[in-house]
Design a protein around this ligand. Structure first.
Ligand code: FMN
Length: 185
C-alpha cells in the first residue's frame, strides 16, 4: 500500500513537515509512505502553460499521485485557508484524473488553539470538488509548539492520533480497492 505525503509548508523548521516525518516513521510494511520532495519545485499554475507543455515537475507530481494508493496531506493554516504552495499544487492536479477516487487524509498543526481546523475545512471542500475521497477522520494539532520539539512529534497522544489517522486511511484504501474490484492488502 503506497501512501504519498504532501506538505503545505516550505519552512525548514516546519511543524507540519515534522508531522509528515512522524507519519513516515509510524508507517510499517506492507504500508509505505513516501514524502514528496517539496511543492516549491512547481511553477505557478498557468492554464496556457498546462495546455502547451506541461512542466516536468507538474507531470511528476501527477505521476506520483497516480502511483499512490492514498494521500496524506499535512498543511499549515494561512489566513484561514491552506497555504498558497499547496493550493498551487492542487491546481496542477485539477487538469489530470490522478486524484479522482483516491482516499486522502488531512492533518494540520498550528501554534494556535484552533489547530488549523479552517485549513482542513477549506481543503476538504477543494479536494471533494476534485473527486478525491477525503476520509472522515482528520488530525488537528493545536498548540503544536508544545507537542513538536526539535523537529520531532514528542507528544504521545498526538503520535497515537496520527497512527489512528494512518489506519483509517489504510482502511479507506482497502475499501476503494474492493470497490474497484482489486485485492486489498
Ligand atoms: C502568513 C501567515 C498566516 C497565518 N495564518 C494562520 C491562521 O489563519 N491560523 C493559524 O492557526 N495559524 C496561522 N499562522 C501561523 C501558522 O500556523 C504557523 O506559522 C505555523 O507554524 C506554520 O506552519 P509550519 O510550522 O508547518 O511552517 C499563520 C502564519 C503565517 C506566516
Amino acid at each position: 500500500m503506497k501512501i504519498l505525503g504532501l506538505c503545505g509548508s516550505l519552512r525548514s523548521g516546519s511543524l507540519n513537515a515534522a508531522v509528515l516525518r512522524a507519519a513516515a516513521e509510524l508507517t510499517l510494511p506492507p504500508r509505505e509512505l513516501t514524502v514528496d520532495p517539496g511543492l516549491d519545485r512547481l511553477p505557478f499554475f498557468d492554464a496556457d502553460v498546462e495546455r502547451s507543455a506541461l512542466p516536468g515537475a507538474a507531470a511528476e507530481l501527477r505521476a506520483a499521485v497516480g502511483a499512490a494508493d492514498g494521500l496524506l496531506i499535512v498543511t499549515p493554516e494561512y489566513a484561514h485557508g491552506t497555504s498558497g504552495v499547496l493550493k498551487n499544487a492542487l491546481e496542477w492536479l485539477v487538469g489530470g484524473s490522478e486524484i479522482a477516487g483516491k482516499p486522502v487524509a488531512l492533518a494540520s498543526a498550528s501554534p494556535a488553539i484552533t489547530g488549523g481546523d479552517r485549513a482542513r475545512a477549506w481543503l476538504a471542500e477543494t479536494l471533494t470538488v476534485m473527486s478525491a475521497r477525503v476520509i472522515p477522520r482528520d488530525l488537528r494539532i493545536p498548540q503544536a509548539t508544545l507537542k513538536i520539539t526539535d523537529g520531532r512529534v514528542t507528544d504521545e497522544p498526538t503520535r497515537k492520533a496520527l497512527s489512528g489517522l494512518l489506519d483509517d486511511l489504510a482502511h479507506a484504501v482497502a475499501e476503494a480497492r474492493e470497490g474497484n474490484g482489486t485485492l486489498a492488502s
